[in-house]
Ligand binder design. Structure first.
Ligand SMILES: Cc1cc2nc3c(=O)[nH]c(=O)nc-3n(C[C@H](O)[C@H](O)[C@H](O)COP(=O)(O)O)c2cc1C
Length: 382
């Protein structure tokens, strides 16, 4: 199987599975507990049908959107994800480079493996994703550094005050950085190309955290990072303080309840991302598409509502836009292509998804995103 054989999410996932050592593949692919929310995230889109409008003559389709003051050429963006250099040695450079090329937004993760300053060199809209640590000094330093790097939008992730129960990672012993002991090597020996690339390229690091995660003293599981380093008492007052300190466009990622979205609007956020972290945190949490209309209605246009979790197709994006999302984030949908083929993989995926959105909008009779609305969809169940 080659990159040119990849036509959709499932093809990229299969190619990534072939290329990656299994602990890494399962870290990306896995979710919390029984992974019920993970499955529902995508299945939810099948509970509504699209109602295309015909005979409207739509030769040109404009896919651009504006979210939180950022102009995106596409209505989907690359949601922030951790550890990208583990998935492919080009890591964040590949993903940010591809996003820049297509004029869409890239999210820089607090757990990124390429420095914020390096990623900022790529033109185009970007958000900086923030994890709120117990160490307030670290938080202040991270914010000051983000300001100095010219970050426009600050995105605070609020669904991860403790680690989700990711049992696949427990089974495989997934941790950062990989200690390539003899036993560790054995696990990776069956994927020698990945191992050689990992060893030959720059040393693994988490530059956004600037030495605060101890890389020398042994491997840290992702669950331990969340549980030991992040602030479990994080509350609305902390958010208000952070919004004031940041003094610029601010966005909350990981909102599910409409009242929380309303409160984020009251506090002056420009955006909320309806997200359950791709099912990786609280299993049984509501699928984001199921809750989208309620959240859009709750905020009454006071904040831009975005949605992520479960997006695999152009029609998923068209359905979310029809219900009132301003843009849609993708996670695994670009991570598998990254793992499969680096920047070439991410570019192929973005191009395919863009073509799907254009084709779907044309078939819907929508020449621009604003032409999509609730009248374009019907729920199958009352
Ligand atoms: C491997 C992986 C790592 C992630 N790392 C982060 C992260 O560092 N910060 C964050 O806010 N969200 C993180 N997420 C969540 C994504 O930003 C996004 O919410 C999620 O992937 C959307 O679901 P999807 O994968 O079904 O598209 C991660 C997701 C995955 C799959």
């Amino acid at each position: 199987m080659r990159l040119t054989d990849c036509h959709n999410f499932h093809d990229f996932r299969a190619l990534a599975q072939r290329r990656l050592p299994s602990p890494i593949f399962n870290y990306i692919d896995g979710a919390a507990d029984d992974e019920a929310t993970y499955r529902r995230n995508t299945a939810a889109f099948e509970d509504v049908d699209l109602l295309p409008r015909v005979l409207r003559g739509t030769p040109e389709v404009d896919t651009s959107v504006t979210v939180m003051g950022q102009k995106l050429a596409l209505p989907f963006y690359l949601s922030p994800t951790a550890l990208q250099r583990l998935f492919h040695h080009q890591g964040e450079r590949a993903v940010a480079g591809a996003a820049s090329k297509f004029g869409t937004m890239f999210g820089v993760s607090s757990l990124g493996t390429t420095s914020l300053e390096e990623v900022r060199k790529f033109a185009g809209p970007q958000v900086y994703q923030f994890y709120f640590h117990k160490d307030r000094g670290l938080n202040r330093a991270m914010m000051a550094r983000a300001k100095a790097a010219g970050v426009d939008v600050m995105m605070l992730t609020v669904d991860s005050i403790t680690g989700g129960n990711r049992e696949r990672d427990k089974r495989t012993g997934f941790s950062i950085p990989f200690r390539l002991t003899l036993a560790g090597m054995a696990q990776f020996a069956i994927k020698p190309r990945w191992g050689i690339n990992y060893l030959l390229h720059e040393k693994f690091a988490l530059p956004q955290l600037d030495g605060h995660v101890d890389m020398g003293g042994g491997a840290v599981s992702i669950g331990r990072y969340f549980t030991e380093m992040l602030e479990p008492t994080l509350n609305w007052d902390d958010l208000a303080g952070m919004i004031a300190d940041w003094n610029g466009p601010f966005c909350l990622k990981g909102v599910i309840h409409p009242d929380d979205a309303r409160r984020a609007a009251d506090l002056g956020c420009q955006g909320v991302v309806l997200s359950n972290h791709g099912g990786r945190q609280l299993d049984g949490s509501r699928a984001t598409f199921d809750g989208l209309a309620e959240v859009v209605d709750a905020v009454q246009g006071r904040v831009d509502v975005m949605l992520d979790s479960g997006i695999q197709r152009g029609t998923h994006i068209v359905k979310a836009l029809s219900l009132g999302a301003k843009a849609v984030g993708i996670g695994r949908a670009y991570l598998f292509p990254l793992a499969a083929a680096g920047q070439a993989g991410v570019e192929r995926m973005i191009g395919l998804l863009r073509d799907e959105v254009i084709r779907d909008m044309r078939l819907m009779g929508a020449a621009k995103v604003a032409d999509l609305g609730r009248d374009n969809i019907r729920y199958r169940r009352p």
